[in-house]
Write a protein that binds this ligand. Structure first.
Ligand SMILES: *[C@@H]1O[C@H](CO)[C@@H](O)[C@H](O)[C@H]1NC(C)=O
Ligand SMILES: *[C@@H]1O[C@H](CO)[C@@H](O)[C@H](O)[C@H]1NC(C)=O
Ligand SMILES: *[C@@H]1O[C@H](CO)[C@@H](O)[C@H](O)[C@H]1NC(C)=O
Ligand SMILES: *[C@@H]1O[C@H](CO)[C@@H](O)[C@H](O)[C@H]1NC(C)=O
Ligand SMILES: *[C@@H]1O[C@H](CO)[C@@H](O)[C@H](O)[C@H]1NC(C)=O
Ligand SMILES: *[C@@H]1O[C@H](CO)[C@@H](O)[C@H](O)[C@H]1NC(C)=O
Ligand SMILES: *[C@@H]1O[C@H](CO)[C@@H](O)[C@H](O)[C@H]1NC(C)=O
Ligand SMILES: CC(=O)N[C@H]1CO[C@H](CO)[C@@H](O)[C@@H]1O
Length: 430
């Protein structure tokens, strides 16, 4: 037993260290620089940000990218993005660069900029969809003209220390690496061109770097037991409890209270769990060959409309999803032998926006599943193993508190889950 515990500990630690997410093993954000031309004092590059994460998008207020120049490079101009500060360009006469900072900070332009300032895939306010939700919108790009840089693939020095300042500390970027030059197809698809040089940077996400507490929790209920298992108390940390707002508070009608903060800090309704988001899983109906689950997501954050929300769930019966009502559904890892995870997301213009806390701050759906060979209502089998909202894992209740089928007791599975749960708790506390 002791061996098992230490093995699990090691496994857990290792997987956090490399930010490996078993629900999305290939998920990352890539930043690709394609040098399109060399100039007398540098180069012009197309910078493309690809979000390859299946269910984690970059939400409002969008990405902010920083890097450190290797030498004395400056940015002469940018198309489709801008630096937030110009810095000290006092050494220049005549043409003044767009930015002279050693560590430039770049943001996307907002929608609606004049056509001549646009670049393909630019100007979305830095919002980038999740790959699994909308691959065509999971990319963002801009053009940068670099001066005082190398002027050939022998003399150019790759920028260093790439940082996704927003969405923030959850992302860690590796070093830039020269990769085979990107090949482009002309619009009529009859000719191929090629970048003069290409380098890639890969950034990965770790929830444990992003925040101390979960940002969502799960509650459970079933038709076979009237107990509703609530979210764990203080699931999202109770240190902000003094700043929470009661649902009948007069503050809520004050102007500006609902305006999102730059760092997206939540203004949470006072609840025992203190989570901005709660996911409820209700086992609703039992048929001969099928069973039905109702899923509801409630927003307790007065300061956020969640656009393009995603819900990723692991449950052994998701290999047999027959019908999903009023959400979109896509299996994750559909080609692996353990086909037990899937993502739900809203239907465009119908429920892809989860409104701020209040009467409209909820969305729901029902899922019809064909019974798996292992199907049972015993031992909490009908409840999900993992739930992620917008790419962050939600806290589940303790398995001992799940609604039980009358006359069945939580046996081995529950105790095993309890073991893992206490391990996680131990890690969270330490
Ligand atoms: C980043 O994600 C892409 C797409 O899933 C994958 O092909 C690539 O290997 C990943 N890169 C790294 C360094 O993991
Ligand atoms: C570099 O990034 C692009 C996506 O921007 C990806 O398609 C390509 O496979 C990456 N190259 C390597 C060698 O990882
Ligand atoms: C790396 O980038 C971050 C953010 O832009 C900055 O705070 C830090 O000083 C940089 N580190 C180095 C070694 O340049
Ligand atoms: C640099 O460019 C030359 C041709 O101009 C090419 O032969 C060489 O492979 C390139 N080197 C790198 C590292 O891309
Ligand atoms: C959410 O959207 C509604 C309607 O578009 C708007 O009135 C409200 O101010 C928005 N709330 C936030 C927090 O952005
Ligand atoms: C995984 O499940 C989905 C339905 O949820 C199904 O379409 C797909 O064929 C399954 N893949 C495998 C390998 O079983
Ligand atoms: C319902 O589940 C709870 C555990 O959450 C259990 O204590 C209770 O006995 C169950 N009710 C019935 C009627 O079995
Ligand atoms: C509807 C559906 O996907 N049914 C599948 C459920 O799972 C069994 C194997 O466990 C498959 O044989 C069914 O085709």
């Amino acid at each position: 037993m002791r061996f098992l515990i230490s093995f699990l500990c090691v496994l857990v630690l290792v997987s956090y260290a490399v930010a490996y997410d078993p629900m999305d093993p290939n998920g990352n954000i890539t930043i690709k620089w394609d040098v399109m031309s060399w100039t007398p004092d540098g180069y012009v590059a197309t910078v493309t940000i690809n979000n390859f994460q299946m269910f984690r998008h970059i939400m409002n207020p969008g990405w902010t990218l920083g890097w450190t120049w290797a030498k004395k490079e400056v940015i002469w101009s940018m198309v489709g993005a801008q630096t937030t500060e110009q810095g000290d360009c006092s050494k220049f006469k005549g043409n003044i660069p767009h930015c002279c900072k050693k560590i430039p900070t770049v943001v996307d332009l907002l929608p609606g900029v004049p056509y001549n300032q646009q670049f393909s895939n630019c100007c979305k306010g830095g919002v980038v969809a999740a790959w699994g939700q909308d691959p065509s919108q999971s990319v963002s790009a801009f053009q940068v003209s670099v001066g005082q840089g190398g002027t050939s693939n022998k003399t150019v020095k790759l920028p260093k220390n790439f940082t996704l300042l927003a969405p923030g500390p959850g992302y860690t970027c590796g070093p830039a690496k020269v990769v085979p030059s990107t090949v482009f197809l002309t619009t009529d698809k009859r000719r191929k061109t090629q970048a003069l040089m290409t380098w890639n940077v890969t950034c990965t996400y770790s929830q444990f770097l992003a925040r101390k507490n979960p940002s969502c929790c799960v509650s459970l209920s079933s038709f076979y037991n009237e107990t509703i298992t609530p979210c764990p108390s203080c699931a999202c940390g109770c240190q902000n409890k003094k700043n929470c707002v009661k649902s009948d508070s007069k503050i809520l009608s004050m102007v500006g209270v609902h305006t999102p903060k730059k760092d997206n800090e939540a203004l949470t309704q006072c609840t025992h769990h203190m989570c901005p988001i709660r996911v409820h899983w209700h086992v609703k109906t039992n048929y001969k060959d099928y069973w039905r689950v109702k899923i509801a997501v409630t927003n307790f954050n007065y300061r956020m409309n969640y656009t393009l929300w995603t819900l990723a769930i692991q449950h052994p019966n998701l290999n047999n999803v027959t019908q999903v009502f009023s959400f979109n559904y896509k299996p994750l890892l559909p080609y692996e032998s353990i086909n037990d995870t899937g993502m739900f997301y809203g239907m465009k213009y119908f429920n892809d926006l989860l409104m701020e806390a209040g009467p409209k701050g909820n969305i729901q759906s029902e899922v019809l599943l064909q019974k798996d060979k292992k199907f049972t209502f015993k031992q909490g089998w009908a409840f999900p193993h993992k739930v992620y909202f917008n790419g962050d894992e939600c806290m589940l209740p303790h398995p001992d508190t799940y609604p039980f089928l009358p006359n069945s007791s939580p046996a081995t599975i529950a105790t095993f889950k309890a073991l893992i749960f206490s391990l996680l708790l131990l890690l969270a506390v330490s």
